[in-house]
Design a protein around this ligand. Structure first.
Ligand code: AMP
Length: 604
């Protein structure tokens, strides 16, 4: 996979861009915006009318694979990036997930693999193991027409020895998280001499998780002559610095992020104590009108717990988290699209890029990690110009984050009351009315069935001397189910208490006093967390991000579940969810940060 020097003869999107080749910097609308423009009949020259993947010089095997996957046209980022990467050029891409960026780098890199090499030729670094698995899966799917190419995902928390075994048997493409990749390079089990291309995927996320030093270390170990690709959703100064230092004359591509659709989404929040979340969730779901709902939860374990409870309450529910295999994920999304399921409980990573029109409600059951995640989550509703609802569950302590989320979403997040029995009952009655009206105006499919039903009504009317009203009531009763109680009468004292508590917090907030009560004090500890000591501190130049990154990837604990971190000279304290399994704990003991073992211990 020899690197071809940057060339003036760039196959470009359209002629207007060709004239700008020397100063190559493409700013491209996202696919959605382009399609909109096409529909409006404006700006037609932006879109290259040339169809398909034929223009990239791909092998027949790859063309067939893409056709089998149903890929007809390259997305804008693919149109721009593939020609550059096929030429071996470095690339700096600003693009979000959902733009087709994985295929944008995976397809050309697959095509440029040299089958004769014994050692890995392409290394892709990702911030999380979920993304590593997802990218590796994509490479596997795209490599159907390349039977000799083997792909391996390397991430913490999975068996080191079996990874070594796979590496020894010969792997062409490695996709991994920085910590585990470093470990393999250090142990000599990942031979880096033959590496010809490094991809940093979601570089800003890696920065945020504290992996920058690790990435630079890995970069220093790679051969000087190599292709490098850096994708990032945002371009903070550190990423710019990294790209200046390590990318050589890169093609720069920016996919403008999608137009903000937030205005179409009504955003609200409900304040409650954590112990009432599930009850509030069930009440909110009751008010939904049978359209699709996505509930975002922080961890895989919570997604499972929620799905179980909702299933017990007769909801049509499925789970989408990092443990769900790719083929099942696809089937789940299909079922959500066609109404086979109404409620999806998902983690952030698993619901990336999900595009289902009938999602009318997004519930943030757990607070998102940051405002970017919030905007991404609520963007799962209000698709294709439709309106949608987003409801955020927050504890009184989390209310101080609302301002940030409002700024990110460019819109006020209104307060919503917990639906009480009266609201729910009103809704139930309305729903019965609507269902009745709908049924009264829609005929049965066959006239034979219709006359059969009419016959039953006539018979009962004359035999039992019942009025039509009485029969209609009997039919309604039948439809509702005799044992179902129509009106909710559950204890709702807690709702009133929660409202009073929330109002008193409102007043305190508006007076700007006692804000500190919402912050975690130096000695306080979350009820659902235990405190641990790790043997790295200031003297090792460790930063909180390093600790979050290492623990998240090695223990499979979502970064968001990691609580307060305090760094001292020789050690640090970190709050982790209660009830950590021993196996994870043992794994964590051996994890290294800044080349030092964590040697984690519970702090009493
Ligand atoms: P990504 O931005 O890489 O996460 O990709 C988003 C989704 O778009 C994935 O489900 C891909 O399978 C899909 N995808 C990527 N490229 C294309 C294409 N050219 N045509 C249709 N779907 C695509």
């Amino acid at each position: 996979m020899a690197k071809t020097k940057s060339t003036k003869d760039i196959t470009s999107l359209d002629t207007s861009e060709k004239s700008n080749q020397s100063d190559f910097n493409k700013v491209i609308d996202s696919l959605e915006n382009q399609e909109e423009k096409k529909e409006n009949g404006k700006d037609k020259q932006v879109i290259n009318i040339e169809k398909g993947f034929d223009c990239f010089g791909f092998s027949e095997g790859l063309i067939t694979t893409l056709a089998n996957k149903g890929y007809v046209d390259p997305t804008p980022i693919q149109k721009a990036a593939i020609p550059e990467l096929m030429l071996g050029r470095d690339l700096l891409g600003q693009a979000q997930t959902g733009t087709g960026k994985t295929a944008a780098f995976a397809l050309p890199l697959l095509e440029r693999i040299n089958n004769k090499e014994q050692h890995p030729q392409v290394l892709v670094l990702t911030p999380t193991r979920e993304l590593a698995m997802q990218v590796a899966e994509s490479f596997k799917a795209y490599s159907e027409g390349h039977p000799n190419i083997k792909i391996l995902a390397l991430y913490g928390g999975s068996d080191f020895r079996s990874q070594i075994y796979s590496l020894k048997r010969g792997i062409e493409i490695v996709v991994g998280t920085p910590g585990r990749v470093m470990d393999h390079i250090r142990q000599g089990t990942l031979i880096q001499e033959a590496l010809q291309c490094l991809v940093l995927d979601e570089a800003d996320e890696m920065l945020r998780m504290g992996f920058i030093d690790d990435i630079e270390w890995i970069l220093e170990q790679l051969p000087n002559e190599r292709q490098m690709v850096l994708f990032s959703a945002t371009m903070p100064p550190e990423i710019r610095r990294l790209s200046k230092r390590y990318l050589k004359d890169p093609a720069e591509i920016t996919i403008k992020s999608k137009k903000k659709e937030a205005q179409l989404i009504r955003q609200r929040y409900i304040t409650m104590q954590n112990s009432y979340k599930l009850e509030v969730l069930k009440r909110v779901l009751e008010l939904n009108l049978g359209e699709g709902v996505i509930i975002f939860a922080r961890t895989k374990a919570i997604t499972l717990k929620l799905a179980e409870s909702l299933e017990a309450s007769k909801h049509n529910v499925a789970v989408l988290n990092g443990d769900v295999p790719q083929n099942l994920r696809e089937r789940t999304v299909e079922r959500l699209k066609n109404g086979g399921i109404d409620v999806l409980v998902a983690t952030d990573v698993a619901a990336r890029g999900l595009d289902v029109e009938r999602i009318s409600l997004v519930i943030n059951y757990d607070m998102p990690f940051d405002s970017e995640a919030y905007v991404h989550r609520i963007g799962r509703t209000g698709r294709a110009g439709r309106t949608g609802d987003a409801i955020l569950f927050i504890s009184p302590r989390e209310r101080s984050f609302l301002g940030n989320l409002e700024r990110a979403g460019g819109q006020k997040i209104e307060k919503m009351e917990i639906p009480n029995n009266e609201t729910i009952n009103k809704h139930r009655v309305e729903k019965i009315k609507k269902d009745l009206i709908r049924n009264a105006s829609s005929k049965r499919k066959t006239s034979e069935e219709l006359s059969l039903l009419k016959g039953i009504v006539d018979e009962i009317e004359s035999e039992l001397e019942l009025t039509s009203k009485e029969i209609a009531l009997a039919a309604l009763n039948l439809a509702l189910g005799e044992s179902t109680t129509l009106l909710a009468s559950d204890d709702e004292n807690w709702i009133n208490q929660a409202e009073r508590y929330s109002r008193s917090n409102d007043r305190r907030d508006s007076r700007g006093r006692n804000r500190r009560r919402h912050e975690i004090g130096p000695n306080s500890n979350d009820k659902d967390k235990d405190r641990f000591r790790v043997e790295v501190g200031h003297r090792d130049r460790v930063k909180p991000g390093n600790i979050v990154g290492a623990i998240a990837n090695e223990a499979g604990i979502n970064g968001r579940m990691i609580g307060r971190i305090q760094i001292f000279e020789n050690y640090s304290l970190v709050d982790l969810p209660k009830g950590m399994p021993t196996s994870i704990f043992q794994n964590l003991k051996k994890v290294k940060i800044m080349n030092k073992e964590l040697n984690i211990n519970r702090q009493n």
